[in-house]
Design a protein around this ligand. Structure first.
Ligand code: ZN
Length: 383
């Protein structure tokens, strides 16, 4: 959103709730927002949370109507949900699930003119708190960002549910959240507009930095704990960093190259089965290379994110330095309006191709020097 005067702004959800067993309080927090909720989740998530959600809503005197989410936040799926909202006479729509469910529900709630609430079942992205959604084509390629005039009225996350899920979800969230500081730092240096529709504030930039610090301190012990499905103080801190700090930090601190490169990677079908945060991590390393970041910083980032379990080579996202798709990836990442243009210097597609190609050999050497495992090739499952 271009502005003619230098507006600085921060936006945020109305309330954020986090804790073990928080799902059992959903009805209590939902009741002040609406009287006729529509719950949206896929069958897997509903299998985990349905019982507690029904009991919680019943205790708060709220009716239970649940609609199945069909998997990809496409414009067709969103329009279908808008029709279901109208049919149900709902005054609030509740997303229970991961980033895809959440993005579809935010979009549908906005189009239907009602309020929306997010209940992430995993801490794998920073989608839950924001006032925007990423829309994909039926094939899973990035289509557009949609912006809304409001953030969710409520974000509620149950730490025990997060700990019960495979640790790979939390690791992906760490990848998404580490990018937040790299991108907010770049946006601050270039004094570019953020996703919140203004220049970055000290607040947005500081929250992005806090997310980074919390993760460097807590991500590895939190992942250990989640492998045993237990909630420790480290797990709570990482859930907050992945969800709230990263959400506020990316939206009000700014996105730059890492997410644009993620969006570009959707042009390579080989990467489609990977989590958002896994692809974002390749974007973060590519951004560091584009910036000419200090060699020690790049080394530390590659070593740390390898230990987290994130991809740090093209091999691990189904590509190689010779993949012809790298050109399309770079072209999509640098289209006009992409957040890569918030970098404090001009970035051309050829620069992105060079940086992407370079990370294969760079990461392999750094991993070998640190005695970390060699990359294992990722093979996308065919549809
Ligand atoms: Zn993200």
């Amino acid at each position: 959103m271009p502005t003619t005067i230098p507006i600085r702004t921060v936006i945020s959800p109305g309330r954020y709730v986090q804790g073990p067993g928080a799902i059992t309080k959903l009805g209590e927090y939902l009741a002040p927002i609406g009287s006729t909720p529509l719950l949206v989740s896929d069958d897997v998530v509903w299998g985990f949370v349905g019982h507690d959600v029904e009991a919680s809503l019943a205790a708060a005197g709220l009716p239970v109507r649940r609609e199945k989410f069909n998997g990809i936040p496409t414009s067709g799926e969103i329009d279908r949900l808008v029709a279901v909202i109208a049919d149900a006479g709902a005054d609030v729509v509740v997303a229970l699930g991961g980033g895809s469910t959440i993005d579809a529900v935010k979009s549908a709630g906005f189009l239907a003119g009602i309020r929306w609430v997010t209940v992430p079942s995993v801490a794998s992205t920073d989608a839950p708190t924001s006032a925007l959604a990423v829309i994909y084509t039926e094939d899973g390629a990035f289509e557009e960002y949609r912006f809304f005039p409001r953030n969710p009225d409520l974000v509620l996350i149950d730490s025990q549910l997060v700990a019960n899920a495979p640790a790979a979800f939390l690791a992906a969230g760490v990848g998404d959240a580490l990018a937040t500081w790299l991108e907010a730092r770049a946006t601050s240096r270039s004094n570019s507009n953020t996703m919140a529709g203004g220049l970055p504030t000290e607040t947005g930039t500081a929250l992005a930095r806090l997310s980074w610090d919390v993760l460097w301190e807590n991500a590895l012990p939190a992942l250990d704990a989640v492998r045993d499905h237990v909630v420790t103080p480290s797990v709570e801190k990482v859930i907050e960093a992945n969800t709230l700090l990263s959400g506020l930090g990316f939206e009000s601190g700014g996105l730059a190259a890492a997410h644009a490169i993620h969006n570009g990677l959707t042009a390579a079908p080989q990467t489609h089965g990977l989590a958002h945060g896994q692809k974002v991590n390749i974007g973060s390393i590519t951004q560091l290379v584009l910036e000419g970041a200090p060699t020690a910083d790049i080394r530390d980032f590659i070593e740390f994110t390898t230990r987290v379990g994130l991809p740090t080579t093209l091999t691990e996202i189904g590509l190689s330095a010779d993949s012809p798709e790298l050109t399309q990836v770079a072209e999509l990442a640098t289209v006009p309006g992409e957040t890569i243009h918030a970098m404090p210097f001009a970035v051309r597609a050829v620069d992105v191709v060079a940086a992407l190609k370079s990370i294969e050999r760079l990461s392999r050497r750094i991993r070998a020097e640190a005695k970390l495992p060699e990359p294992v090739a990722y093979v996308a499952h065919q549809h």
